[in-house]
Design a protein around this ligand. Structure first.
Ligand code: MF3
Ligand code: CO
Length: 249
């Protein structure tokens, strides 16, 4: 396994792609309400990315057709945007990958549509806390197993489960670089984080079972029990003193 380490100059160049992803998410937060469709979001995001002289990376990626993944309620990840109006109480996760100046950034965020149930509110909150806990531990010298063990413990102690089948990944000039790692882990195991690594942390946390299946479309990942899933993802740079979040909103 060869994990790339990026120079301060390269990391400086990566900031523009991260900022575009972050601005897409700010714009989604501003437009999202019951009645809006995930295709409305898709069009806004694709237009905005292109207006910035950047590339909606997922269009054409392994045959994927859209600038966003739109994963509503029991969809864990990689759902297609569509023309169904979002309804009061839905949870919509929008995942965006941008390439600008040759560098990629990747961030997914779960949004509440209108008023959501107490249980969904808790799922969102715990999932966001899982990301924050992992980012706080993502410093040089720590092992990936330590980071993900803390994340897993937080999810499970709140009665939720951590998806195992979709992985975090290195990011650079491509979206999926080495290494790959699940969001569960054992203390003292796995590779050590190093200054200059660029990687995602993107926990998918489920209300019920961690098991999933993929729809006939070959992409849409759903919970096996039909219960809800949430996800928060940032692209970050490992550095002394704390990670630099490239996709910070
Ligand atoms: N954040 C997603 C992932 O790492 C981005 C995938 S893009 C897709 O899986 F095109 F594959 F959907
Ligand atoms: Co990702």
């Amino acid at each position: 396994m060869s994990i790339k380490l990026y120079t301060p100059e390269q990391i400086e160049q990566m900031k523009r792609a991260g900022g575009i992803v972050a601005e897409c998410h700010r714009r989604i937060a501003a437009m999202l309400r019951p009645g809006v469709t995930t295709m409305d979001i898709e069009r806004m995001v694709e237009d905005y990315i292109r207006s910035q002289d950047a590339i909606p990376y997922t269009i054409g990626y392994k045959g994927y057709k859209y600038a966003t993944c739109a994963s509503v309620n029991d969809v864990i990840a990689h759902g297609f945007p569509n023309d169904t109006p979002l309804a009061d109480g839905d949870l919509a996760t929008i995942d965006i990958v941008v390439k600008a100046d040759g560098w990629v950034s990747d961030s997914a965020w779960t949004y509440a549509v209108g008023n959501i149930s107490e249980e969904s509110r808790k799922l969102m909150q715990v999932t966001k806390e899982c990301l924050d806990i992992a980012i706080a531990l993502a410093v040089p010298g720590n092992r990936i197993g330590d980071v993900m063990h803390a994340l897993q413990k937080h999810a499970e102690s709140n009665g939720f489960s951590v998806v195992r089948d979709l992985l975090g990944h290195g990011v650079g000039s491509e979206v999926h670089e080495e290494p790959n790692y699940s969001h569960v882990g054992k203390p003292g195991k796995g590779f050590r984080l190093k200054e200059g690594m660029v990687m995602t942390i993107e926990p998918m946390i489920n209300e019920g079972t961690l098991e999933m299946f993929i729809d006939n479309d070959g992409w849409t990942c759903r919970t096996l029990d039909g219960k809800r899933s949430a996800q928060y993802e940032h692209t970050l740079v490992i550095r002394e003193g704390g990670a630099l979040i490239l996709t910070q909103q």
